[in-house]
Structure formats: structure tokens, C-alpha cells
Design a protein around this ligand. Structure first.
Ligand SMILES: Cc1ncc(COP(=O)(O)O)c(C=O)c1O
Length: 450
């Protein structure tokens, strides 16, 4: 036991020593131990990211990457933002955790700020997006119960309508409202009472709605599903049907919320509000924190003991989240998101004119999907080689989620490198087509000669 702890320390230290001299180890020992000891839930390349600054990250060999994925919408302030570093240092030395049995100095002020940003009345803090979704589903089921029947009767009003092409996380409840089969089927049977509606199909929504529905859940912009925004007509119908049937409208803003679209929240594109908003990703600038924001209508149903969390909303994460929201306001980052987003989209549209395998550019602000008619994985790999972090979702859509602090020069740098990435795929396709042709020519010639 003692010996393996010492060995682990040596692996970390020796790898740091090598990188301090700027030399890459042949095979980074940290990659080998990760490959051997971690559950194989992710496919990762054989390199280790060690640090970041602003919109760039660096690997152990000293290679620099322009980060246009932002930790999948988490690193909205990039890396090592001085104000975030300062708050974490200061508060870590004061208190990392007490317990939710007591007030801490930051939960209340953060809840107030989130209420101002969202127009919601009450907040519950969790540790992740999935966990916030779980809580929202519990609130929906609670809302569907007649309080007079508490606590034992099964609720007649228990159905949850979720969307095709949705993604809400990896826990059991979250997987139950996620439509993609590869995430669901291996774990069935899942939570009962969930039905899926065709996204943006108002008639389908209406046909599945009745008084047994306690909630309709949607992402204002579907993220993992390939950056698909909800239409205004669908949103309005969902709001109207939820009100008509006394059900809740739940907006999953985990990926698209907290400034990503150039607005505080994605639903603020519309005139009406949801009853519950679920957030996480950038909230505490990279520290784990999620939240459920609820209207008073929903909050009225909650009493002490019905829901809770050991870690959720500790003083360190809440202080950091408060600083994140203050930085977004002080530095006018929503304006930057809108301006840089427009430049990025304009540049991508120009590239679509050059590369006919780009089918569509979708999204809002700094949440952009580039849909291709070819598989995206080789482009992600090529981008990595060229020092660019992007990702591909739903096989054919490249996803761009750069930090809110991205500069005009960095957008230009991205577009320049991205063009090289696209061109390399074209030339690979052309050369493999040429190789196929030359492979075929002698064969045809031979068969003709026979
Ligand atoms: C829209 C949406 N909902 C829920 C989740 C799950 O959040 P977490 O990974 O923090 O559990 C994600 C994560 O990607 C998401 O994009």
C-alpha cells in the first residue's frame, strides 16, 4: 500500500521533471497508468494536458492548443483567470466546506444573483448538471402530486415529456429523459413515465400532452444533439400546453445557459419563462457546481428534508460562482460573446463557400455547430495535430464552445487554422480518390488485355 503510493508520486514527479525541461517523455507514464487503472469510459489521445492560460492550453510536451471547446462549455473564462485564481486561493484558506446544515457566506448572495439573472425565485445547489436534472425531475413529480395525498399515493400526474435528440446527463433519471439509445439501452429498465416528443414538432407535442403530464423538459439549444435551437413556435406551444395542463416547463440550460448565447439564458430569446431552469457547466468557472432555479409555484411544494446534498453549494464553489457572474458583468462579456460569435459565424459561412462538405452552420453566440456531410472525427484529430481543440457531436457536427473572453485575433487564428484542417481533409479525400483511380486503372487495363 505504502509502496504503491510512493510509486504514484514518483510517476507524477518524474513526468513534471521531464516537462520542466520542455522534453516530452517517450511514453508519458501518466498515460500508461491512466490506461491501465481507469475505467475505459473515454477514448483519449496519448498526451497529458498540464496547464492553461486564457484561451490556450498546453500539454506535457509543451505543445500549445487554441481551446475552442472550453472543457465542453465549462471554461467560459478560459484558464487561470486572475480574479478566479484569487478568489479560490483566498476562500480555500478560509473554508472549503461546512455543511448544508448551516448558512455560509456565499450561498444566499449567489442565489440572489442567479435570481436576478434568470427571473426565477428560488435556488437549490447541486454538484453537476446531471444531479440538477435529477432534482428537477423530483420537483416535477412532487408538483404532480396532490399535496392532500402526501406522502403515500402514486401520482396520477406523473408523466414527463422529453425531446428526441436530447441529452440531459448520465445518472439514471437523466439517462431516462435522454433519447439517444446508446446512452439508454444498456441500462434499461429506466425511470417509467417518460415519453419522447419530436423536437420542434408542435403537433406531436400536443398529441402527447394531457393532464397526466407533470413536466415538459427541453434544451433551448440542444447541445450534444448537434446544436439545434428550439423554435419560438415550439417554445410558445410548450409553455401554453404546460400552463393549460398545470404542468411544469423545465429548461435545461446546462450547456446553453449563463451567457453562452450572448444572453444570460437561452430561453430569454422568448417572451415567456420556464418554471424551472437547470444550470451547471460554467457556473463556478471549472469547479463542480450545478443549480436548479425554480419559480415560487414550484418552490412552495418543498419542505425541509425532501431534497438535499452534502457538497452542493459549499462556500468555496459559491464564492467562485459569484465571482464568475461578476466578471461576466464587469467585463461586459455578453457583448463579447455576441460580437465574436458573429465574426466566427461569418468566417465559417465563408469557409462553407469553399468546402462543399460543410452543410450548415447553426447556433447562437459562442455555441456553434458546423454540420458536415462527412464524419467529423478525422477533422477533430487533424485539428488536434494543428493545435486546435474542438469536438464532434452526433458524428457529423463539429462543436465550437470557445471561452467568452476569446478575442477577435483568436477568432481569426481559429479560422485560419480551421481552414487548413478542412483543406487537409479535402486533400486526403482527393489523394485517396486518386489512389483508388490509379489502383483501378491497371486492373481495368489488365482485364482488358485478357
Ligand atoms: C444539456 C446538458 N444537460 C445535462 C448535462 C449533464 O451535465 P453533467 O455532465 O455536469 O452531469 C450536459 C452535459 O454535457 C448537458 O450538455
Amino acid at each position: 500500500m505504502m509502496r504503491s503510493a510512493t510509486k504514484a508520486k514518483t510517476i507524477v514527479r518524474s513526468a513534471h521533471k521531464t516537462t520542466a525541461h520542455g522534453r516530452a517523455p517517450k511514453m508519458d507514464a501518466r498515460v500508461s497508468v491512466a490506461d491501465k487503472f481507469l475505467l475505459p469510459t473515454y477514448k483519449r489521445g496519448p498526451f497529458v494536458l498540464t496547464h492553461g492560460r486564457g484561451c490556450y492550453v498546453y500539454d506535457a510536451a509543451g505543445k500549445k492548443y487554441l481551446d475552442f471547446l472550453g472543457g465542453i462549455a465549462v471554461n467560459a473564462l478560459g484558464h487561470a483567470h486572475p480574479r478566479i485564481v484569487k478568489v479560490i486561493r483566498r476562500e480555500a484558506a478560509r473554508a472549503i466546506h461546512f455543511s448544508n446544515l448551516y448558512h455560509n457566506a456565499f450561498q444566499g448572495p449567489l442565489a440572489l444573483k442567479l435570481s436576478q439573472w434568470s427571473g426565477m425565485d428560488r435556488v437549490f445547489f447541486s454538484n453537476s448538471g446531471s444531479e440538477a436534472i435529477e432534482g428537477a425531475l423530483k420537483l416535477a413529480r412532487l408538483y404532480g402530486r396532490n399535496p392532500a395525498d402526501f406522502p403515500s399515493s402514486a401520482a396520477q400526474k406523473h408523466r414527463i415529456l422529453a425531446m428526441d435528440n436530447s441529452f440531459h446527463g448520465r445518472t439514471f433519471g437523466a439517462v431516462s429523459v435522454t433519447s439517444t439509445e446508446k446512452y439508454r439501452l444498456p441500462f434499461a429498465p429506466l425511470l417509467p413515465g417518460v415519453d419522447f416528443v419530436r423536437f420542434n414538432d408542435e403537433d406531436d407535442l400536443e398529441s402527447k400532452f394531457d393532464n397526466t403530464v407533470c413536466a415538459v423538459l427541453l434544451e433551448p439549444i440542444q447541445g450534444e444533439g448537434g446544436i439545434h435551437p428550439v423554435t419560438e413556435a415550439f417554445w410558445n406551444r410548450a409553455r401554453a400546453l404546460a400552463t393549460q395542463h398545470d404542468a411544469l416547463l423545465i429548461a435545461d440550460e446546462i450547456q446553453c445557459g449563463l451567457g453562452r448565447t450572448g444572453r444570460n439564458f437561452g430561453y430569454q430569446r422568448f417572451a415567456s419563462k420556464p418554471d424551472i431552469v437547470v444550470i451547471a457547466k460554467p457556473l463556478a468557472a471549472g469547479l463542480p457546481l450545478g443549480a436548479i432555479l425554480a419559480s415560487s409555484l414550484v418552490a412552495e411544494r418543498i419542505t425541509p428534508g425532501l431534497h438535499g446534498s452534502t457538497f452542493g453549494g459549499g462556500p468555496l464553489v459559491c464564492a467562485t460562482a459569484l465571482e464568475f457572474l461578476n466578471i461576466v458583468e464587469d467585463s461586459k462579456l455578453l457583448e463579447n460573446v455576441r460580437a465574436r460569435g458573429a465574426e466566427l459565424r461569418e468566417g465559417l459561412i465563408a469557409l462553407a463557400g469553399k468546402f462543399d462538405f460543410i452543410r450548415e452552420i447553426r447556433g447562437e453566440g459562442l455555441m456553434i455547430g458546423v454540420e458536415l456531410s462527412v464524419e467529423g472525427a478525422p477533422l477533430v484529430a487533424e485539428a488536434l495535430k494543428q493545435g486546435l481543440l474542438i469536438n464532434c457531436t452526433h458524428d457529423f457536427t463539429l462543436r465550437l464552445l470557445p471561452p467568452f473572453i476569446v478575442t477577435r485575433a483568436q477568432v481569426r487564428e481559429f479560422l485560419k487554422t480551421f481552414e487548413l484542417v478542412l483543406a487537409s481533409i479535402t486533400s486526403t479525400a482527393e489523394s485517396s480518390a486518386a489512389a483508388k483511380k490509379s489502383e483501378n486503372t491497371p486492373r481495368l487495363a489488365r482485364s482488358a488485355a485478357r
